[in-house]
Design a protein around this ligand. Structure first.
Ligand code: ZN
Ligand code: ZN
Length: 252
């Protein structure tokens, strides 16, 4: 064991910085500066209260401590056994970087869908997942607002990345940047994609902010993360999803 606590602290700083950058940045732009001009992109007309933002921020900070602990374990303590590639990015071919990014994308997408379905099992929902669902009208601060047990399960992507195929550690950090950006988009409360997305040959596979917003509002259906592949395959996409996508910003 050659890991010291600085690995944990480094992880806390990096993960907090990424979360605060995207959550605070989008909150400032969408909820304060341009709020009056973005009505046509708003998914639910009402807005959460400051107590909702505060609660989500607090739970997110707790989740970050848990994510960092698992990162410390996988990257620091278990360093001799993990498959992360350390050193310069240039040592690895571009093709491998691309492959490992796509691998992480598909792996995380599948992993999230199934743990999310598990979280909706009656035995888990009230005790654990309800913390995330207290925001029926999510905001960027909701992105990491999990019960500690759910945060631990969500962090499972770290050991999955560390012990499956070799991935450059910096590329993994880049992937984590993409992950939080997409997560904040999913909880944004505003849709950035066009109304026709749900009917487009490619767009129909993309998990939109409207899809995840419906999940928070109704608690049922639309369990995906980046794609709707698993929801479409297993019949869990809400029947009113297409209509919600076509009409966001024009109703409620
Ligand atoms: Zn859920
Ligand atoms: Zn959510």
């Amino acid at each position: 064991m050659d890991a010291d606590v600085s690995v944990w602290w480094e992880a806390v700083k990096n993960i907090s910085l990424r979360y605060l950058l995207f959550a605070a940045g989008t909150f400032t732009v969408f909820y304060i500066l341009l709020r009056r001009w973005l009505g046509r992109r708003r998914i639910q007309r009402s807005f959460p209260g400051w107590s909702d933002y505060g609660r989500d921020l607090l739970f997110s900070m707790l989740s970050i401590a848990i994510f960092s602990s698992l990162a410390y374990l996988c990257v620091g303590v278990l360093r001799p056994w993990n498959h992360f590639i350390y050193g310069s990015m240039g040592q690895v071919s571009l093709a491998w970087h691309l492959f490992s990014f796509v691998w992480l994308f598909l792996l995380h997408d599948a992993y999230f869908y199934w743990i999310h379905r598990f979280m909706h099992h009656p035995a888990m929902f009230r005790r654990v997942h309800l913390v995330h669902h207290r925001s029926t009208n999510p905001s960027p601060w909701t992105a990491y607002a999990f019960h500690p047990l759910e945060a631990l399960l969500e962090a499972g992507i770290i050991p999955l990345a560390a012990f499956t195929v070799p991935v450059h550690l910096r590329l993994f950090s880049l992937f984590m940047l993409f992950q939080i950006a997409y997560n904040v988009y999913g909880h944004l409360g505003y849709e950035l994609l066009p109304h026709r997305t749900a009917n487009h040959w490619l767009g129909r596979w993309i998990n939109t902010s409207v899809a995840h917003n419906q999940h928070h509002k109704y608690f049922k259906g639309n369990y995906g993360l980046y794609t709707l592949i698993w929801d479409r395959l297993f019949g869990t996409l809400r029947r009113d999803y297409n209509q919600a996508m076509e009409s966001y910003g024009r109703q409620q």
